[in-house]
Design a protein around this ligand. Structure first.
Ligand code: SAM
Length: 239
């Protein structure tokens, strides 16, 4: 495949299972280019952190940016900031006065986040919360200065409490708001759980979560098999 002129060597990314790597590369190549600040953040993540594979890939980042642009949110919540790549993507469609609140238990990456959010130009749009997501959400810290409901909640922290996070999000997104959950295919292990061939606890929890979201009376849902799977759900209007 022809390389983009002047583009530095591709930074490693995990392919999308089920979609072969060449096709995934083609889809990435044929999609809008990753902005330079985000490319620098991807590079820094791969060279300066110990678990760079936690980073969302380029295609997924562009999808999050597109969702943000389609929804044109005033308020977004991300659970699981990591190096702040998805945070920056989610900020791309914010309305004036819009913010992305992001929560992570780890504070060691703040400098790296600050440097890149400043370079990208989204630093002032991001409110960072440090702590376990469940505790931050239960504390009402997110609503002490801002009582707007969320337009979009992106769940990408620990897998243990995902259903709790989804239930919280159903309560705190506006009517017609969106909930997106990452890693809902668990690298294919959910299939083995569904057929009884695996007892992997995370995969079991995730399979149960997918079934829960599909059957939830307040959600219209779509499971996208992009990379490790994104469960996208719209909150039905409250009666
Ligand atoms: C997969 S990474 C997030 C990746 C990021 N959203 C992105 O796409 O670039 C998961 C993050 O969740 C954080 N995390 C893990 N357990 C958590 C918890 N209980 N509460 C808040 N954050 C947690 C980790 O520190 C890690 O940074």
């Amino acid at each position: 495949m022809a390389k983009r002129r002047g583009k530095p060597p591709r930074i490693p990314q995990l392919g999308s299972h089920g979609l072969d790597d060449a096709l995934h590369g083609y889809a990435t190549e044929m999609s809008g280019q990753e902005p330079p600040g985000l490319e620098a953040l991807r590079r820094a993540t791969w060279t300066q952190t110990v678990k760079p594979q936690m980073l969302c890939d380029e295609l997924q980042g562009r999808l999050l940016a597109a969702l943000s642009q389609m929804i044109a949110p005033q308020r977004v919540l991300e659970l699981g900031t990591f190096t702040g790549y998805a945070t920056a993507c989610l900020s791309e469609g914010l309305l004036p006065e819009g913010v992305v609140d992001t929560v992570d238990v780890d504070d060691e990456l703040h400098l790296l986040q600050d440097e890149h959010w400043t370079m990208i130009g989204c630093q002032s749009l991001i409110h960072r919360y440090t702590g376990k997501a469940k505790e931050v959400l239960a504390s009402d810290a997110l609503f002490s200065d801002d009582d707007r409901p969320y337009d979009l909640v992106f769940i990408d922290a620990d897998k243990e409490h995902q259903q709790w996070y989804v239930d919280w999000a159903i309560e705190h997104v506006r009517d017609g708001g969106w909930i997106v959950v990452d890693n809902v295919l668990w690298w294919g292990e959910v299939l083995r759980v569904a057929s009884g061939a695996s007892a992997d606890p995370n995969a079991q929890r995730i399979h149960a979560l997918n079934a829960y979201m599909k059957g939830h009376p307040s959600l219209d849902n779509l499971l996208l098999p992009l990379r490790d799977g994104l469960h996208v759900a719209r909150r039905r209007p409250r009666r």
